[in-house]
Design a protein around this ligand. Structure first.
Ligand code: AMP
Length: 358
């Protein structure tokens, strides 16, 4: 695709969760229509989209019908099955490209790619069999984390090894699925960069945010992050390097561990990212608009931050504080319209502005 999509064009989005919902709102602000493809009934994005197809990703006819009705397809999650991509790509472009998806879907492929770029990752070893596990324990050792190669999120599909003796249990806990043993990094804190690349190869990064997790789920992202200017520069440059190497189009989240010997890449997410939600109130153009601009072939916004911000996820019952939160003039409230506030479910988030950008 070389020409910018005109207003009135339709953006297809695979996945109808909160990320699909916020992408849909951003698309609509730019005069686009959206069509959501989502297997589950009544997804959050359905409330703000023009069209919704409810079908599983194995329904290739439904995917083809969806593709024909849109001008370009993007996604809100990285585990889009390869067959589904084939069906869509025979009809319409999918952005970001499938190489980016394939790279981030598998932790070993991802780490090989990152180290190939000269970036630092945790020491790691591939574990596909009980024998691999023995070798991995000899090379990586403990403390370490065994993570499934695929389908992990919010700390799921992971088991920690305090000593080498924990290896066999961890392997059983993960169901003896192909995994990676990762050396435990003694980091001082975690940051992430939300970067974007346009179809013409222009790269724009938002300021790195500092992330705190609770029970394996992102709790807060704080801007500015506690980083020296050299570290901030490093974080942004390495994100640009990743985006360029993948010939990427769209927004990506890059999670980093901060250590005394430099930044270590934890993982990349080929999509808008929870740790980029602060941009909705901290920047004129947020990550969702930036992503829509990129996939629509538009120029990117400059991504400048105008305020200091703390983003806090509202998980489960926390969303019931809405009345109190909505009277605070410094808080931008973002609720996802989910019916049931189940424990551990992301129901919304708030961005508290804490002063002018510093
Ligand atoms: P992940 O699903 O890989 O993002 O891991 C979830 C969280 O577990 C991270 O945000 C870290 O807090 C922690 N973690 C993951 N990998 C490591 C590691 N190699 N060393 C130390 N902590 C880790």
């Amino acid at each position: 695709m070389t020409k910018a999509l005109p207003q009135g064009s339709t953006i297809g989005i695979l996945g109808g969760g909160q990320l699909g919902r916020m992408l849909s709102v951003a698309a609509s602000r730019l005069g686009f229509k959206t069509h959501i493809f989502e297997p589950g009934a009544n997804p959050p994005a359905a409330h703000v989209a023009d069209t919704v197809t409810t079908a599983p990703y194995s329904d290739l006819n439904a995917l083809k019908g969806f593709a024909k009705s849109v001008d370009v397809v993007t996604f809100e999650f990285e585990n889009v099955p390869a067959d589904a991509l084939d069906a869509i790509e025979s009809i319409r472009p999918v952005l970001p490209n499938r190489n980016a998806l394939a790279t981030s879907q598998d932790r070993i492929v991802e780490k090989d790619f990152l180290t190939g770029l000269g970036l630092k990752v945790a020491p790691y070893a591939n574990v596909e069999t009980a024998d691999d596990l023995k070798t991995a324990v000899e090379t990586v050792g403990a403390p370490s984390i065994l993570k499934t190669r695929r389908f992990g999120y919010d700390g799921k599909g992971q088991s920690r090894l305090k000593t080498n003796d924990d290896a066999v249990n961890a392997w059983g806990e993960l169901g003896e699925t192909p995994s990676v043993l990762e050396g435990f990094i003694d980091f001082s804190h975690e940051v992430s960069v939300i970067g974007a690349r346009s179809q013409s190869g222009e790269v724009v990064c938002f300021d790195p945010g500092e992330n705190v997790h609770r029970d394996g789920i992102l709790h807060t992202t704080t801007l500015p992050a506690n980083l020296k200017s050299s570290q901030r520069m490093d974080a942004v440059i390495l994100t640009g390097q990743i985006l360029n190497a993948l010939d990427y189009v769209g927004v990506m989240g890059v999670e980093l561990f901060v250590t005394p010997t430099g930044l270590i890449v934890n993982e990349i997410a080929p999509r808008v990212h929870n740790s980029g939600h602060w941009t909705q109130n901290g920047c004129v153009i947020d990550q969702f608009e930036q992503h829509i601009r990129a996939v629509a072939g538009w120029p990117l916004g400059d991504g400048k931050r105008h305020s200091n911000v703390v983003m806090t996820n509202l998980i489960g019952d926390e969303v019931l504080d809405v009345e109190a939160l909505s009277t605070d003039a410094s808080v931008g409230l973002h609720l996802y319209g989910k019916a049931e506030a189940k424990a551990g479910r992301k129901m919304g988030h708030m961005n508290k502005l804490t002063g002018p950008a510093s």
